[in-house]
Design a protein around this ligand. Structure first.
Ligand code: NAP
Length: 341
């Protein structure tokens, strides 16, 4: 079964799902596999494709990743879309209901919970009820917003928002590479790339870095590290693969070209939580869903979260999958404790 096809979903007889999972990345599908095998008949709202402003797809960030080489169990690697297809097929095999719609809003003040659904990702098309909800909508990497940047990111042409995922690919070895951003993520990604690259340029729009001193020092101490201050990327060059960048100096406005074979955009992530506005869910200071302790409990009993939507720190497919498993186990125990069978 491919990610575009699945059996039609049959709603429960009383109209109330035991477990409703929002989001279809590694966390969502893993939660579904565990909940389905616990006979909870979960339903996954896998979302619809949209520009938000960058691309958002059912399957999440891995749909924009070419080769995944750091997920255990795949000694020869696997593409992100193939991996998500297989996660989905595994969840479907155990009877997960799959709905290709968005959740637009949640009312967690009522029991069972009431969610508003949307077929186009913008307008309300119906309502769905559930005794428990698992939020696994992920976080979207921020992009600069250039047409050629998005085109080459989508086609695997050497533009990426994750150096740890893509940086070790052969195409980037011994090449000049650029990382945009001045925060801890940019330093971490750039430091990682110095292990393979000829030169790693940090391109930062100001004359001082936002990153912590230790992360700055770690990067700047590498012999092949360079920082281009007061620069923004205004275009990405190259037809099928990136060949360079057009930079603009933020002070003088002078333009210049920088030949590079890879561009890594590290200007932050935005957790996909807009649909939770007004739901009563608590967020941390960066807008990620706040979890109680080291489990998946949110501040609302019966609402759980897992994956990047609740994790600004690790953001890996394997950690998201683990968090999805935790959320399903927590939901199962919570439902049993609350006599939902
Ligand atoms: P961040 O701290 O928000 O930094 C984003 C960087 O991108 C900033 O330098 C910002 O520039 C730049 N930027 C934003 N929009 C831009 C645009 N449109 N064009 C060009 N540059 C742009 O995000 P982050 O680095 O992803 O870190 C997020 C959080 O995770 C932080 O709390 C961080 O400490 C934490 N983190 C920790 C570790 C670690 O400890 N190992 C690793 C990674 C992340 P300005 O500086 O000019 O605003």
């Amino acid at each position: 079964m491919s990610s575009t096809e699945h059996q039609p979903h049959t709603p429960p007889a009383d109209g109330v799902h035991k477990v409703l999972i929002i989001g279809s990345g590694p966390a969502g599908w893993t939660a579904a596999i565990y909940a389905a095998r616990a006979q909870l008949q979960p339903v996954v709202y896998e979302g619809v494709a949209k520009q938000d402003p960058g691309p958002v797809l059912p399957g999440g960030q891995l749909m924009l990743t070419t080769e995944v080489e750091n997920y255990p169990g795949f000694p020869h690697g696997v593409t992100g879309p193939k991996m998500m297809d297989d996660f989905k097929a595994q969840a479907a095999r155990f009877g997960t209901g799959i709905v290709s719609e968005d959740i637009l809003s949640c009312d967690f003040s009522k029991r069972p919970f009431v969610m508003t659904t949307s077929r186009d990702g913008k307008t309300a098309s119906g309502q769905v009820k559930a005794h428990s909800v698992i939020i696994s909508t992920g976080a979207v990497a921020n992009w600069i917003g250039l047409e050629n940047e998005m085109r080459l990111a989508r086609s695997g042409g050497g533009v990426s928002a994750c150096a740890v995922c893509d940086g070790a690919l052969p195409a980037f070895r011994n090449q000049d590479l650029a990382v945009v951003g001045g925060g801890d993520t940019a330093m971490e990604e750039a430091t990682y790339l110095t292990k393979f690259a000829k030169t790693v340029y940090i391109i930062h729009r100001r004359d001082s870095l936002r990153a912590s001193k230790i992360m700055q020092d770690r990067f700047l101490s590498r012999p092949n590290a360079k920082v281009l201050w007061n620069k923004v990327v205004v275009d990405v060059l190259g037809e099928h693969v990136i060949s360079g960048l057009v930079l603009e100096d933020t002070v003088t406005k002078a333009r210049s070209e920088l030949p590079v074979k890879g561009l890594f955009v590290a200007i932050g992530h935005t957790p996909a939580t807009r649909f939770l506005k007004g739901s009563g869910i608590e967020f941390d200071e960066s807008g990620y869903v706040l979890l109680k302790n080291r489990n998946s409990y949110t501040n609302i009993p019966g609402v759980f979260a897992g994956g990047d939507v609740a994790d600004a720190h690790y953001r890996q497919a394997v950690t998201a999958a683990g968090m999805g498993c935790v959320a399903a186990l927590d939901a199962e125990r919570w439902l049993a404790a609350n006599n939902v069978h």
